[in-house]
Design a binder for this molecule. Structure first.
Ligand code: GSH
Length: 219
């Protein structure tokens, strides 16, 4: 068997991993921005949280999901951020400090990157109460280059897909309605026309899909 020198089979040095944005006040701290399921189910330990928004992005149900809210045969639809100069997306920023940082990043790498095909991106987060004191935060964004990306579709078609899908984390309808609940809590200044149009389409179709008591059993 040909003896390869170490140099021949040593993989090229990969670029250093993207360093997540650090909190200026505490270099050990990190803010993580959630705008989909992270809004209601962060499932990692954090020290603080803020409701607020990011500018320059719109939220879209354009990412397919074959694990959490769908399957290989029937992929569900979950949200990603679309670059949009006029866009504004409301969500929750979570501050992690000390050991929480690595624990959160390890957990989210599996949940978001490995299972969800999301990449990380640095965003500027504006807390609702102190929009004049923005924070650098890490967001998980599904780009059009990832294999699960479904892209745009009429809201009625997205609603039909959501009504029909479920995965290991539950029904896709729960994902939609919990996000809609969060947006209700943010108040009238938090608008998401895309989300509202899908919720309206679901409301119109749900009675045709199944009687009310069955619909309630879905979530
Ligand atoms: N990255 C967005 C979306 C996250 C998201 O919804 N990711 C899916 C992975 S495909 C997830 O974690 N789902 C868990 C669930 O549906 O409960 C966020 O910050 O919330």
């Amino acid at each position: 068997m040909k003896q390869e020198s170490v140099a021949e089979n040593t993989p090229p040095a990969s670029p250093p991993p993207l360093q997540p944005p650090q909190d200026d006040c505490d270099p050990q701290a990190l803010w993580i921005f959630g705008y989909g399921s992270l809004v209601w189910r962060p499932d990692f330990t954090y020290s603080d949280s803020r409701v607020g928004f990011v500018r320059g992005y719109s939220r879209r149900f354009w990412q397919g999901d074959t694990f959490h809210r769908g399957s290989d045969k029937m992929p569900g639809r979950v949200v990603t951020l679309l670059e949009d100069r006029e866009g504004c997306t409301w969500g929750v920023a979570y501050q992690v400090q000390g050991e929480q940082v690595n624990e959160a990043l390890k957990y989210l790498n599996v949940r978001e990157a490995v299972l969800g095909s999301y990449d990380t991106k640095e965003v500027t987060f504006y807390p609702q109460d102190t929009p004049d004191q923005p924070l650098k935060a890490l967001a998980y964004v599904a780009t059009p280059q990832n294999p699960g990306y479904l892209g745009p579709a009429p809201e009625e078609a997205i609603a039909t897909q959501i009504l029909a899908c479920r995965g290991f984390s539950g029904h896709n309808l729960e994902y939609l309605l919990r996000l809609a609940d969060f947006m209700q809590l943010c108040g009238p200044q938090a608008q998401d026309e895309h989300l509202a149009a899908i919720v309206d389409a679901v409301g119109t179709m749900l009675p045709c899909f199944c009687p009310t008591e069955q619909a309630l059993a879905l979530v």
